[in-house]
Design a binder for this molecule. Structure first.
Ligand code: EPU
Length: 423
């Protein structure tokens, strides 16, 4: 496994383009199972998670190839397959997105239960509630979810849970509803732009969906869907990570392709911190000098502050003036990065689902261990601003969600390199 070595202290400068959104691309790739013919999905980033999705689609009898121009072509070859084994499922939770389309199109889905995860307990009860409401007969046997249905039937289902809506739970129910007989209403649907993008793809295939991007989605089932060409939205989490990197290093960076309306909560937090943001239609310019003001941040479902940018803003608050409190309302245990940031001199105390961060003047470079994807990003950010050398070990997760991030930060002037880890 590789590690990333950073010499901190360089303000980032220049322009960096944003790639397509991982969390939009993944469900959309699985949604290709629903259509007839060949889908061409453009703007799909080169990531480990995308490779995992490609392997699962092949396992499910799809031909799935990356073209020279980066687009991914998918077409059904053998539609008798319906099993996603544990070896595939354990690599990526998003594989659960195969459930809805398989059930709707092939009438059967046998998907391994996703494992536990460093973000804490991640149940799938809302996925199963959505699919059961459409008439699926679901059993949980030998570690597999085994779901069967003749033609699914539209119905009304409330998909709110103790932490609000579910992004992939909404995606799974939506993908099943588009081919169901009759009308489905999803109440408390997730409003994330990635769900709206999935609805955009399904609509381009001929699905009839109203209210995508709102908490009430209405789907009129159709008999058939035709595959099509589609371009994925830009990745708001990647854009946000670059925005925070630019501000934290006291830099001046244009993030090209970022969609400001997808980043309203982060923009608000950064403005409160005193960062200068120039917002244009297709880009965001971030400029910052001197230490930022501390703020309080609460993660919430969209359009609230995203949990996927929580670890990164914690790195920034670690060197801000004063005390900031981060409250995690989506994954109350998503705080593994606290211990690693503390190794670099950050002063952070965890109190239940909150972290209390007292800003320090300087972080100091250290050997740290990456855990989940966004925690890994926060350690890179901390390394960019720390004095001396930081080595971020076990960066496996980083490659799941950020395309060649060290090269792109390097193009902004960061002194950063990837090295093979010595055993
Ligand atoms: N939840 C339930 N029951 C369910 C499903 C979820 O109680 O059946 C709870 C979860 O435990 C959590 C909350 O509901 O407390 C929200 O979870 P959600 O289902 O929305 O998460 P997800 O769909 O599994 C996606 C992203 C995550 C992101 C979350 C929250 C993808 C592939 N994954 O996961 O992204 O953190 O939404 O926004 O879209 C990442 O990219 O690093 C990542 C973890």
């Amino acid at each position: 496994m590789d590690k990333i070595v950073i010499q901190g202290g360089v303000p980032l400068k220049g322009t960096v383009p944003v790639r397509g959104a991982k969390n939009a691309a993944l469900p959309i790739l699985f949604a290709t199972l629903l259509g007839r013919g060949r889908s061409v999905i453009k703007g799909v980033p080169y990531l480990r998670d995308i490779n995992s999705a490609i392997l699962i689609l092949r396992e499910l009898g799809m031909t799935c190839e990356r073209r020279k121009d980066g687009a991914i072509e998918v077409e059904a070859d053998d539609d008798s397959r319906f099993t996603v084994p544990w070896e595939q499922m354990r690599k990526m939770r998003a594989s659960i997105c195969a459930l809805g389309p398989l059930l709707a199109r092939r009438r059967r889905a046998r998907v391994s239960q996703p494992g536990g995860c460093v973000l804490g307990v991640r149940p799938i009860d809302l996925h199963l509630k959505g699919l059961s409401a459409l008439g699926a007969d679901i059993r949980n046997e030998h570690g597999f979810i085994d779901a069967r249905a003749e033609r699914l039937r539209g119905s009304t289902v409330f998909l709110g849970g103790p932490f609000g809506s579910s992004v992939l739970g909404t995606a799974n129910t939506l993908m099943a509803a588009v081919l169901a007989k009759g009308t489905t209403v999803i109440e408390c649907a997730a409003c994330e732009p990635e769900v709206a993008d999935l609805a955009g793809f399904l609509s381009a295939m001929g699905a009839k969906i109203r209210g995508a991007g709102t908490p009430r989605m209405e789907v009129e089932g159709v008999e058939d869907l035709e595959c099509c060409e589609y371009t994925i939205i830009p990745d708001r989490i990647e854009a946000g990570t670059f925005m925070i990197a630019a501000a934290l290093t006291g830099g001046d960076v244009i993030i090209e392709g970022a969609k400001p309306d997808h980043l309203a909560a982060l923009i608000d937090v950064m403005q409160q911190m005193g960062v200068q943001l120039s917002i244009e239609d297709g880009s965001i310019r971030v400029r910052s000098r001197g230490p930022a003001n501390s703020v309080d941040v609460t993660t919430l479902p969209y359009p609230g502050y995203p949990t996927d940018l929580q670890a990164q803003i914690m790195a920034y608050l670690s060197v801000a003036n004063g005390i900031g409190v981060i409250t995690e309302k989506i994954y109350p245990d998503r705080f593994i990065h606290i211990a690693e940031l503390a190794r670099m001199g950050a002063r952070i105390r965890k109190e239940g689902p909150s972290a209390i961060i007292t800003g320090v003047k300087k972080l100091s470079g250290a050997q740290v261990m990456a855990s989940d994807l966004r925690a890994s990003a926060s350690l890179l950010l901390a390394g960019l601003v720390a004095s001396g050398l930081t080595e971020v070990h076990r960066i496996y997760h980083l490659d799941r969600g950020y395309e060649r991030i060290e090269e792109r930060l390097g193009s902004l002037g960061a002194m950063i390199r990837r090295e093979p880890e010595e055993e």
